[in-house]
Design a protein around this ligand. Structure first.
Ligand code: AMP
Length: 230
């Protein structure tokens, strides 16, 4: 039987978290829980949450901790996450969210196995974000090369492939600033708890994935974080 995993993936917008999380989710057979995807689905469905979230997302801001913590606790309480684990992508984003998650996972008796910081410098992610395209329906990520014709459809589900509304230069810059002020402190937070592994996110996606799996399996076998980091 394939063992599950409980993972948190940190990293700047455009570091490749979405792509790698999809692949890790297949590898460990656990749900990929992306808070960004959950919020975008709520916007599409026109729920109360979606109505509150839309302007904040488009502007590159952060949704309040209370809402986000409630959303994630509910998702982590479902059967698939309880039995096999999960990959959290986009959460926690603030120390308040991280504190709530530590408390919640301790109550559940299911602590996170490892926190990965997928490290790609700001200059590199800026290039990636400007060419990022995403399927409106299933969330698959693509990189535009400039040669695509109009009406690009998704290889996975056939949905429309578009540029995210929050991938404008102003919003990208605001989100990267917020990452540095709100989310980067989480790197020290998890380092102090001895749960962090830093993975170089630069390079071919297959190589990055192999580095991540190597570090996760080492931690799950009880190896030290330092052995998997650089
Ligand atoms: P992402 O797809 O992870 O880049 O998330 C898109 C947007 O959703 C972010 O820019 C935030 O506005 C919002 N968002 C996603 N996750 C969180 C979170 N954990 N806390 C607050 N806002 C979030």
């Amino acid at each position: 039987m394939i063992p599950g995993a409980r993972l948190i993936i940190l990293g700047r917008q455009g570091a490749g978290k979405g792509t790698q999380c999809t692949r890790l989710s297949r590898h460990y057979v656990v749900p990929h829980i992306s808070t960004g995807d959950m919020l975008r689905a709520a916007v599409r469905e026109g729920t109360e949450l979606g109505k509150t979230a839309k302007a904040i997302i488009d502007d590159g801001g952060l949704i309040g901790d209370e809402i986000m913590i409630g959303l994630v606790k509910e998702r982590l309480s479902r059967g698939d996450a309880m039995s096999r684990g999960y990959i959290l992508d986009g959460f926690p984003r603030t120390v308040g969210q991280a504190d709530a998650l530590v408390e919640f996972t301790a109550e559940q008796g299911r602590m996170v196995d490892v926190v990965i910081d997928l490290d790609v410098p700001r200059e590199r992610v800026l290039e990636r974000l400007s060419s990022r395209r995403v399927c409106r329906d299933c969330g698959t990520n693509y990189t535009a090369t400039g040669t695509e014709r109009n009406g690009w459809s998704c290889d996975v589900c056939g949905g429309d492939v578009v540029q995210r509304e929050d991938d404008t230069p102003e919003s990208i810059s605001r989100r990267l600033d917020l990452y540095e002020s709100q989310t980067e402190p989480l790197i020290a937070y998890y380092e102090e708890r001895n749960e962090l592994v830093v993975i170089d996110g630069f390079g071919h996606p297959d190589d990055v994935l192999a580095r991540m799996i190597g570090a996760i399996d080492l931690r799950k076998r009880g190896g030290s974080a330092a052995a998997g980091s650089r």
